[in-house]
Design a protein around this ligand. Structure first.
Ligand code: ZN
Length: 139
């Protein structure tokens, strides 16, 4: 728990929110700056900054709620799809440093795009990066 964390304040009921789900470990509430109607944040009650700081059990509890809520939110707002996004670290666009998943309902032709340009590396370059990642998985 962090004193000044906006999400901890929402969890403690010190800031208003529109909660759509709550259990003993996880809470979900509407984003106050939604990309689309129904944009929901799914948050563990325990304050940790990044995904890797959750226990496996906490991470599983979180993604179970994401999986359960996403199709129901899509239905509720009449969307056709959804994105699940978690920004970890300032470089990735994380603004609130309490780990959270965004569920963003998507509508055909809503014009919302991930604004990163994409590259087209060679298979050799992909293999090099793949090897690096696998070396880091060994410890
Ligand atoms: Zn927090």
């Amino acid at each position: 728990m962090a004193e000044d964390c906006v999400f901890c304040k929402i969890i403690r009921g010190e800031l208003p929110s529109v909660k759509v789900y709550e259990d003993e470990n996880v809470v979900a509430f509407l984003d106050i700056y939604p990309i689309n109607p129904g944009h929901t944040l799914v948050v563990p009650k325990r304050h940790v900054e990044r995904l890797e700081q959750l226990s496996d059990e906490e991470a599983a509890a979180l993604i179970r709620v994401v999986k359960k809520l996403a199709p129901r939110i899509v239905e509720a707002v009449g969307a056709q799809g959804y994105n699940v996004v978690a920004n970890n670290g300032r470089a990735a666009g994380q603004v609130i440093f309490h780990v959270h998943f965004h569920i963003v309902p998507r509508f055909e032709g809503d014009g919302c795009q991930m604004d990163c340009s994409r590259s087209k590396p060679s298979m050799e370059e992909l293999r090099e990066i793949g090897e690096k990642i696998k070396r880091h998985l060994e410890h």
